[in-house]
Design a protein around this ligand. Structure first.
Ligand SMILES: [Zn+2]
Length: 434
């Protein structure tokens, strides 16, 4: 794994035997960090390396059993012979060596009154690749075990809200699918397949995004790769949206205009959007070039994918018509535009630099509006699936299976592109370390 040297084992949490507790110093105080996350500073006479984070190793390493046995010996009656004291000391020394590994194996709960393990560091301790604008603390250290990053699901850090917003939405989608299964015959009804695909595509992008935000801190190599996967999920969702709108929401007049090009073009733009996003992440060039690579293909894809809905809203005879699906469609458009506005504006953290380490980042707001967009979209599509069958069935008699192939093509081409960019990342990081 390039860029991922093996990190320190869990010993920094549970600890190898360290200096006596009385000689250690606690507390960080350097830089901004969220409440409840203190980083111990090294002893004044200690070495420059390992870095301060790993000075936490050994905080848990004091052999309590040795202390207890030592206390027993200390208060032993003076008339006792010397050999029990010597034997107790030997036993205590043996236990002091065994205890840390026993703790490591059984992961026993921490003793009460002890400081919490260090899960976050400030941004001076991670490479600039990981820096978020206006966010100076709450970063997770690199090169820990995978288990460490999974455990941070339940810790406060500057990606926690991004993880949970999409994780909870993915779970909500599974519940929604369970409700769909009661009323929709996904196996027997050929017109139900696009409905299944939009649910699957939504679940894919939400779960890959949650995974990316949770695990990207592992190393530079994995940071790139998890966000490439995130972009694959977005491309899959883009094509799923295009398919659902084209299949259920479209008006016959717009269908007649675009039927030959709509889905192939949607598949191409989804792939282009994935490629542009991956390339923007790879080149790491903030500014007009990077934004053009990522945002122009995404905007084009959205313009095409939402066009059946916009056309339907425009030609709707009465804005107050009794069509709940149209109301949900309007909501999904508004939520998407709000999400897009927050995507790269870095608002509100721009207005409160250093105050949005855990909550209040623009990307979190973007996630919330995107989830609301997806939920509104699913309700709209479900209502269209039920109510518009007389309209969409005649439209889709000739090309019933083409969309499945295009869906797989979108997935395959996006995964392949992400893989190729991953190889370029490996080469770039190799050159950096040589
Ligand atoms: Zn995100």
């Amino acid at each position: 794994m390039t860029g991922g040297t093996p990190g320190p084992p869990w010993s920094w949490v549970w600890g190898a035997p360290g200096p006596p507790r009385a000689t250690r110093r606690r507390g960080g105080g350097r830089g901004e960090r969220p409440a409840g996350h203190s980083r111990p500073t090294p002893p004044a006479s200690g070495p420059a390396h390992p870095p301060p984070l790993y000075q936490a190793a050994g905080r848990w390493g004091t052999p309590r059993a040795a202390v207890r046995v030592g206390l027993l010996c200390r208060f032993a009656p003076p008339q006792l012979p010397a050999w029990p004291t010597a034997m107790a000391t030997v036993v205590a020394q043996r236990l002091s060596h065994l205890l840390p590994s026993w703790r490591q194996a059984h992961q026993e709960p921490q003793p009460s009154g002890q400081p919490e393990p260090v899960f976050t560091v400030d941004r001076t301790q991670v490479p600039p690749l990981f820096w978020k604008p206006y966010v100076y603390a709450g970063y997770r250290p690199l090169h820990q075990t995978w288990r460490f990053y999974f455990r941070t699901l339940f810790q406060q850090h500057n990606e926690a809200v991004n993880v949970w917003t999409h994780l909870l939405a993915a779970l909500a989608l599974l519940l929604r699918l369970a409700i769909f299964v009661r009323s929709v015959d996904f196996w027997g009804d050929p017109h139900a397949l696009p409905l299944f695909l939009i649910v699957l595509a939504s679940f894919t992008y939400l779960s890959l995004s949650a995974l990316a935000h949770l695990l990207q801190a592992k190393s530079e190599f994995w940071h790139y790769n998890f966000f490439f996967l995130d972009y694959v999920g977005v491309a899959v969702y883009q094509f799923g949206s295009a398919l659902a709108h084209f299949y259920y929401a479209i008006e016959p007049a717009w269908h007649a205009q675009v039927q030959t090009v709509f889905l192939p073009l949607a598949a191409f733009l989804a792939w282009l959007s994935c490629t542009g996003s991956c390339y923007n992440k790879y080149i790491q060039k903030p500014g007009l070039l990077g934004r053009t690579c990522q945002e122009v293909p995404s905007a084009l894809a959205y313009a095409l994918d939402i066009s059946p809905v916009v056309h339907r809203i425009l030609v709707s005879p009465d804005p107050t018509t009794d069509d709940p699906a149209l109301l949900y469609h309007k909501c999904q458009v508004v939520f998407f535009l709000l999400a897009a506005a927050f995507f790269s504006a870095f608002v509100p953290e721009r207005w409160f630099p250093g105050s949005c380490h855990i909550f209040g980042q623009g990307h979190q707001v973007f996630h919330v509006f995107l989830v609301l967009c997806t939920l509104a979209q699913l309700e709209a599509v479900a209502l269209d699936f039920e109510a518009r069958r007389p309209i969409y069935e005649p439209l889709h008699t000739r090309w019933p299976h083409n969309f499945s192939g295009l869906f797989l093509l979108t997935v395959g081409s996006s995964v392949l592109t992400a893989f190729l960019l991953s190889q370029l990342v490996r080469r770039k990081l190799d050159q950096k370390t040589q």
